[in-house]
Design a protein around this ligand. Structure first.
Ligand SMILES: *Cc1c(COP(=O)(O)O)cnc(C)c1O
Length: 976
């Protein structure tokens, strides 16, 4: 196409932008007057304002415009971020306690973390267009399985402390030992006193909500008395100790307990694995595999289990199956969307996890391979031994003889002054207590640093110490030497040169469809622009290099940015207080429900334990309610998609005095502004309950209505939806919790200091670190600053216009299931295929797969209504792309009609046989009743930019029947 040609819907000349264009013009896709008019005409409104005015019920409209600071330009925002960064003071980070400095190989930073092909991808629910990231996640699982010595690992959890908590809950579900089951409370959970304090706090806090007993025990004195449901050991311990736990684990299992080891992946290259010591479960953080400290997150945690526990595993699991041509193909196995299926019976509430960080960690293992990782570990260990020897020779007491990277020194009464002295020399150490200092070495530690630290303790130059460290002192305990091999799969041996690595990453990302190639019209997930300028700051060392437990004097810039963002989010939502600690929407839900629980308990209403949840709710809602110790009571939805008021009244009455909360999503998951939301809120308040408004659909509200003002007591937001943090192929996320003042005292506390009986006892922490996934907050901060109040409001109106345009254009082909005021939808619409399916057999899944041949990512499939597709174009898509999608859907409808007319049988239709691989369409035998052209270039699919799915339709059930969750042998891919 010559560059002057325009598709016909660009009927008029381009109108002038203000020069230079404001960011809002870059963020919103349809900004040309002509495009906007075209869409408004189709929808039947004069202006986007008028449309929004009709769609949003009067009863909830925001009283005044958003009072945010005026929009900044891109360069102004970068300058402001530079200013904030300059207020942070990076030090050499030797605090440890679960967070260690590491070197992100530049090839990984540039080609993954800074590459939209990786970071803008969605969770791989559509496996045919996700083979690249699924392979990367399978590498992660394989690395974790090998290093932990356990059979099956998942594709990441949110952080180490919550992974420990998930392991505790898994043990409580899975432990079927007769004696333990018969014991009061099914036995207690025993935690190693040498666990990281934040892990103990998270488990202890959750145990309060769920009502089980936790005992923290010094295991050097043996196991505590009484029935034990599960035991968690840390290895290396928080104190650095590396000791063989084989005997202890055997004894615990003998007594009916299950056993989890919280492990360190780098240490595992040198020490005996949890599996070899007899553990049932291993958890930990993969942070030090190339993921920056990020002031506490995002980092990928992991969980591995022995065979037989895979169906209990929380989070997502990548498995190997086959495509329609019998080739190996990856997909999410078993509990893919398990919260949606099992709801309150789900094994956990985890939805968004830490996919991008798991991918970084996996590629770190791929790039270094087993020898490289072992060399890094040996260097780290050697530095720690050198330090220990230097301290000992200077008369400082070194607490453990066998450690990996962490040296604990006993310095009676001098700990604080030594830590301060080290800080003065630019090094952060861990102040354990008044008499104890911890020093953790890592990949970045140098001999110079060791010398500086030794000097602080009054020890001689490290050079002297290094000589003695070459010998026997501080060698790992003999029984803990690792003999077994790991990372033997060819993938961990094939990409040593940077050229190979770069091409491997490119090859994988080319297999996938992310936002850099197509709109991702996912209802409920708001896949909008993740602007480059918003991403810019996250890898700056002044942000990325800060340890979560660094003293506040070094983190002023971070805390200012966070407080500012929390304030802006409070203004936007109309709540009084916001905490950005929860590191996913699901965790925001949990935090909000725990706040509600704390509130009722503080008022002597501990009996309020019922959570009302509409049938249409997102699956995480029910799962979170259970994790907060509540009972789920489902409220029916009426035929128009709103809450069934009769049923709500009946459920409230049946649970009189026990209603703790209702969880509603607004606009509802049906994509409609329910006009009666205030009445629902009033009814629940009148019954003494609190109102939780799931804010995942905030993209339909920003600037127009505020959940904190129209009836909500608490909400969570999804910054990885509405506020531009990229989805990363399934994480990271941030799920801030926002609440009215009466719930503020119950907002999440700081896990590093929280303890039962403490002053902030009612503020149960929900993440390992105070600010959760702090590292990605500059993205949302920048978005709000770039847009300003009016830009954000325009974005919402543009999102409404785009959704209503799609709904209007497609309604004749695929009926829009629910509409509200004026026949309008909110920011998304549900296309109902059920009647077409009944007539022709063509399913919503067939349409989703056929869209791949057109180069599109599918809409949300079968949520919240089975047999439907939910479409959310967002404000960031331009009219051309929206039109391309509409045309594809209309072309697909014509193919459905061809099936109806008997042009081809369903089983041999381009729909059922979609997606079509290049191999399928060029095969010598072509015996299908449609042409190769129709297969590969349907509609107006551009021939130059054709995307071919790398695999055909994947057989999900086969993969679950024969579960394989590690990298398959290369022979499996050989073509014959
Ligand atoms: C995405 C979503 C959630 C869960 O958020 P995660 O970050 O994936 O945990 C909850 N509720 C609704 C309505 C959502 O769309």
């Amino acid at each position: 196409m010559p560059c002057t040609a325009r598709p016909e819907y660009w009927s008029s000349p381009v109108t002038d932008h203000a020069v230079p264009a404001a960011f809002v013009d870059r963020h919103i896709g349809a900004r040309r007057d002509e495009d906007i008019k075209h869409m408004l005409n189709a929808v039947g409104y004069d202006s986007a304002d008028a449309l929004a005015d009709t769609a949003v019920p009067d009863s909830i409209k925001q009283a005044s415009p958003l009072g945010l600071a005026p929009a900044l330009s891109e360069s102004e925002v970068l300058a402001a971020l530079r200013g904030l960064a300059a207020k942070n003071r990076p030090h050499v980070q030797m605090i440890g306690q679960g967070y260690y400095d590491t070197i992100t190989p530049a090839v990984i930073r540039r080609n993954i973390v800074e590459n939209p092909a990786w970071y803008t991808a969605y969770t791989p629910y559509q496996p045919e267009i996700s083979q690249g990231r699924l392979e990367a996640l399978l590498n992660f699982q394989t690395a974790v399985e090998d290093l932990t010595g356990l059979a099956i690992a998942n594709a990441s959890l949110l952080d180490e402390a919550t992974a420990v908590m998930e392991a505790v809950l898994l043990m409580r579900r899975a432990n079927k030992n007769k004696d333990v089951a018969a014991a009061p409370g099914h036995g207690k959970t025993v935690l190693d006193a040498d666990l990281f304090p934040q892990s103990i706090a998270i488990v202890a806090g959750r145990a309060r909500a769920l009502g089980f007993e936790v005992e923290v025990a010094d295991l050097s004195k043996g196991l505590p008395e009484g029935p034990i449901n599960g035991l968690v050991i840390q290895q290396p311990g928080a104190s650095g100790l590396v000791a063989d736990a084989t005997g202890l684990i055997a004894e615990a299992k003998e007594r009916g307990a299950m056993v989890t080891v919280a492990a360190d992946l780098l240490a595992l290259t040198l020490i005996k694995s949890p599996g070899e010591q007899g553990a049932d479960i291993a958890v930990g953080s993969a942070q030090r595999f190339g993921v920056p400290l990020f002031y506490g997150g995002p980092h990928a945690a992991f969980m591995a289990v022995h065979k037989g526990l895979e169906r209990q595993l929380p989070g997502r699991l990548v498995g190997v199956s086959k495509d329609d041509a019998g080739r190996p193909a990856y997909r999410l196995a078993l509990q893919t969307r398990e919260q949606h299926i099992r709801r309150e019976k789900a094994t956990s509430n985890i939805c968004t996890a830490q996919a991008l960080l798991a991918i970084v960690a996996s590629m770190y293992a791929v790039y270094h391979g087993p020898e490289g990782l072992k060399a890094i570990a040996e260097r780290t260990h050697a530095h720690a031994r050198t330090l220990a020897a230097a301290l000992e020779s200077a008369g400082v007491e070194v607490v453990h003889r066998s450690f990996f990277d962490t040296v604990t020194a006993r310095v009676p009464g001098r700990a604080a002054s030594l830590v301060a002295a080290a800080e003065g020399k630019g090094v952060n150490l861990r102040l354990v207590d008044a008499d104890t200092v911890g020093v953790s070495c890592d990949e970045t530690t140098t001999a110079d640093t060791v010398a500086v630290v030794a000097g602080v303790f009054g020890a001689g130059p490290a050079g002297d110490a290094a000589d003695t460290a070459g010998g026997a002192p501080f060698a790992l305990e003999g029984a803990m030497h690792r003999a077994s091999l790991y990372l033997q799969h060819p993938v961990f041996h094939s990409y040593r040169s940077e050229t190979q690595m770069m091409r491997y990453l490119r090859r994988l990302s080319d297999r996938d469809l992310a936002l850099d190639r197509t709109m991702i019209p996912l209802g409920s997930c708001t896949m909008k622009l993740n602007a480059a300028v918003e991403m810019e700051a996250i890898t700056w060392p002044e942000f990325a290099g800060i340890h979560p437990f660094a003293p506040d004097s070094q983190t002023e810039g971070w805390r200012e940015l966070i407080a500012d963002l929390e304030q802006d989010l409070a203004s936007i939502t109309g709540y009084d207080q916001v905490s950005i600690q929860p590191n996913a929407g699901s965790q925001g839900e949990l935090a909000g429900l725990l706040a509600i629980r704390g509130y009722h308990h503080s008022r002597g209403e501990a009996q309020r334990d019922v959570c009302l949840i509409p049938a249409s709710a997102h699956g995480t809602n029910a799962a979170s309610a259970v994790l907060a110790g509540m009972k789920v009571v489902v409220v029916a939805t009426a035929s128009d998609g709103t809450i069934d008021h009769g049923d709500l009244a009946a459920k409230i009455e049946a649970n009189a005095g026990r209603v703790a909360a209702i969880m509603i999503t607004y606009p509802s998951t049906h994509g409609v502004y329910d006009a009666d939301v205030r009445e629902v809120c009033d009814a629940v308040h009148a019954a003494g309950g609190q109102v939780y408004i799931d804010g995942a659909n905030m993209n339909a509200l920003v600037g127009l209505a505020q959940p904190g003002q129209f009836g909500g007591d608490v909400s969570h937001l999804n910054l990885h939806k509405t506020f531009c943090i990229p989805h990363g192929g399934g994480g990271p996320g941030v799920g801030p919790v926002a609440a009215r003042a009466h719930l503020a005292p119950f907002m999440p506390g700081d896990a590093s200091v929280w303890h039962v009986g403490g002053a902030d006892e009612h503020s149960l922490p929900v993440s390992a670190s105070r600010y959760g996934s702090a590292g990605v907050l500059p993205i949302s901060w920048a978005y709000v600053k770039l847009m300003g109040g009016s830009g954000l409001t325009e974005a919402t109106k543009s999102a409404l216009l785009a959704a209503n345009y799609v709904a209007k254009r497609l309604d004749a082909y695929f009926p829009v299931l629910y509409t509200g005021e004026g026949g309008l939808v909110a920011h998304e619409c549900i296309l109902d295929l059920r009647e077409l399916t009944a007539k022709t057999g063509v399913t919503a899944e067939d349409v989703a797969k056929r869209l791949i041949d057109f180069g599109f990512h599918a809409p949300t499939l079968a949520f919240p209504v089975a047999g439907t597709l939910m479409v959310e174009p967002t404000e960031s898509e331009d009219l051309g792309e929206i039109e391309r999608f509409i045309e594809a859907m209309i072309a697909i409808r014509a193919e459905i009609d061809q099936v109806a007319h008997g042009d081809f049988p369903l089983a041999d239709s381009p729909l059922r046989r979609a997606p079509h691989t290049a191999a399928a369409v060029v095969a010598t035998d072509w015996d299908r009743p449609y042409t190769r052209e129709q297969a590969a270039f349907p509609g107006r699919t551009p021939s130059q930019d054709k995307y071919f799915a790398p695999v055909g339709r994947i057989d999900g059930a086969a993969g679950d029947r024969n579960l394989v969750c590690a990298c398959p042998p290369l022979e499996a891919f050989e073509e014959n």
